[in-house]
Design a protein around this ligand. Structure first.
Ligand SMILES: Cc1cc2nc3c(=O)[nH]c(=O)nc-3n(C[C@H](O)[C@H](O)[C@H](O)COP(=O)(O)OP(=O)(O)OC[C@H]3O[C@@H](n4cnc5c(N)ncnc54)[C@H](O)[C@@H]3O)c2cc1C
Length: 462
């Protein structure tokens, strides 16, 4: 039997459009490896993401089995585990798809050096984004810090590369390393089992990501640009957790959307708007790649001096959906039950935390990290900084989302309120029976004063 190649899986749990998997199979027998490493995302996965990971690994494990590629599951430090597994399997090559987070880049660079030093072939490939973050620059060759020019530059490069087909099945190699059992990883909550709402919202079946994409394109994309801000309608794709764990690649989504557009006159606006969101996803990755401190340093330096409040009780009220603002509490309840919130409501709850409550955006980001099934380092951090006003391309500081009018404006049918705050008759503070923890006018004035205290021009890092 020739030496097998190892394909290392991370947030790319798919068999289609997977360049590393194709490369491994192209050279002979292949073995897949997933390492549960608490440092893989710079911090341990949150509870909801652990739940998602369990099911995503079960899905990819079954698909890999059909391909003749055994999946080895192991816990520990990624690099030590890969090096050990390479020795145990007598592998002559290791392939992976690239990561772009600062911690991911550092770990993978060290792994590459160690493998090469041991005479092992290494190959790394793109595929997590539409483009590599270093491919998009200004005319002067600098990285792009504002979305609109980034979007234009991305479009100017033409269509992103098409997705790769899944590889052909192979004869499974014999494997000497014993895989750990997925069930032993305790990724699913048991005591208590809080995941009922997640199970109801995200049924785990093979091929779910592709099916969801087709349903979205065939049923909803035509109205997407009109309705995407309406949480009372099922108007968006809800594909974010599949992108976050790489069960669907953005290039697959992009090209399926283009294909659908070709057969569906009238879908142009919706498709363009959907594809623009995929470029936002690239943009967040681009920010974290070029500004690796994004997780703990404001993108705009002057925000280091922003006067923050230290009030654990208002943070708890926000987390538990007990702010007394039905729009905010509905969003936080949707998050708690389903592990996901509509983007319009995400912006609202995040703005409330950063502006009305003057809490550090990191405290909201950490809660999202723990409760979102689509928790993604770059998307979460970049969006929180954006809402807080200290990020790249941030909205003007005086734009403070109104938690009353946002509800009436975007939940036109009232379905969202009835679903997530049934005790509230309207979006008026206190209408659900819970007293508002801060008056809207008071919160807004306090936030404006805090922003004004950062006198001078808005700067961004060089
Ligand atoms: C405070 C805050 C935190 C967020 N944290 C995350 C996170 O951890 N993970 C995450 O995937 N998204 C995050 N988002 C972005 C966005 O809210 C979700 O991607 C979107 O709501 C997912 O729903 P969807 O799949 O139906 O999106 P659709 O409207 O169908 O859009 C299609 C895809 O485009 C991408 N996309 C959409 N909006 C954005 C955006 N604003 N920024 C970057 N990519 C976007 C997503 O991958 C999404 O699946 C956050 C937004 C805010 C305001």
């Amino acid at each position: 039997m020739p030496a097998p190649a190892i394909v290392l899986f991370r947030r790319d749990l798919r068999i289609a459009d997977n360049a590393a998997l194709r490369a491994a199979i192209a050279t002979g027998p292949a073995v897949a490896l997933y390492v549960l490493d608490s440092a893989a995302d710079g911090r341990p996965l949150g509870g909801a993401a652990r739940w998602w990971l369990h099911h995503a690994l079960a899905r990819i494990g079954a698909q890999l089995r059909d391909l003749g590629v055994p999946l080895i599951l192991r816990r520990g430090d990624q690099n030590t585990t890969v090096l050990d597994t390479a020795v145990e399997e007598q592998a002559d090559a290791v392939y992976w798809n690239r990561r772009y987070t600062p911690w991911g880049i550092a770990a993978d660079r060290a792994l590459k050096a160690a493998l090469r030093a041991s005479g092992t072939t290494v190959g790394d490939f793109p595929g997590a984004y539409l483009r590599e973050p270093w491919d998009l620059t200004t005319k002067q060759g600098n990285w792009i810090k504002v979305f609109t020019p980034f979007y234009r530059a991305s479009l100017a490069m033409g269509e992103p590369p098409g997705p790769l087909q899944p590889p052909q099945p192979q004869l499974p190699p014999s494997v000497s390393t014993k895989s750990e059992a997925l069930a032993d990883w305790d990724l699913l909550p048991t005591k208590p089992d809080w995941a009922e709402g997640l199970r109801d919202t995200w049924p785990s079946e093979p091929g779910t990501a592709e099916a969801r994409l087709s349903t979205f394109l065939e049923g909803r994309v035509s109205g997407y640009s009109r309705d995407r801000d309406r949480p009372d309608l099922d108007a968006t794709s809800a594909l974010s957790p599949y992108f976050a764990f790489g069960e669907l690649s953005p290039r697959q989504a992009w090209h399926s959307a283009r294909q659908f557009q070709g057969t569906s006159p009238g879908s142009d606006q919706g498709i363009d708007s959907f594809l623009r969101q995929l470029v936002w996803r690239d943009f967040s990755a681009n920010l974290l790649y070029h500004f690796p401190d994004l997780g703990h340093r404001p993108f705009q330096e002057k925000f280091k001096r922003f006067p923050l409040s230290d009030d654990p009780s208002s943070l708890r009220a926000w987390q538990r959906g007990r702010t007394g603002y039905p729009w905010i509490d509905a969003g936080m309840r949707q998050l708690w039950v389903t592990g996901w919130i509509h983007n319009r409501v995400r912006m609202g709850v995040a703005s409330f935390l950063c502006k009305h409550l003057l809490l550090p955006w990191q405290s909201g980001e950490a809660w999202f990290w723990d409760t979102l099934v689509d928790a993604d380092p770059a998307q979460n951090i970049a969006n929180w900084q954006w809402v807080a006003g200290c990020g790249a391309d941030a909205a003007p500081y005086f734009r403070i989302f109104n938690p009353i009018t946002q509800g009436t404006r975007f939940d036109r049918t009232g379905n969202y309120l009835r679903r997530w705050q049934p005790s509230a008759a309207s979006y008026e503070p206190g209408s659900g029976g819970c007293q508002p923890i801060i008056g809207h006018k008071e919160g807004r004035e306090r936030a404006l004063a805090a922003f004004r205290s950062l006198a001078g021009r808005w700067e961004s890092p060089g």
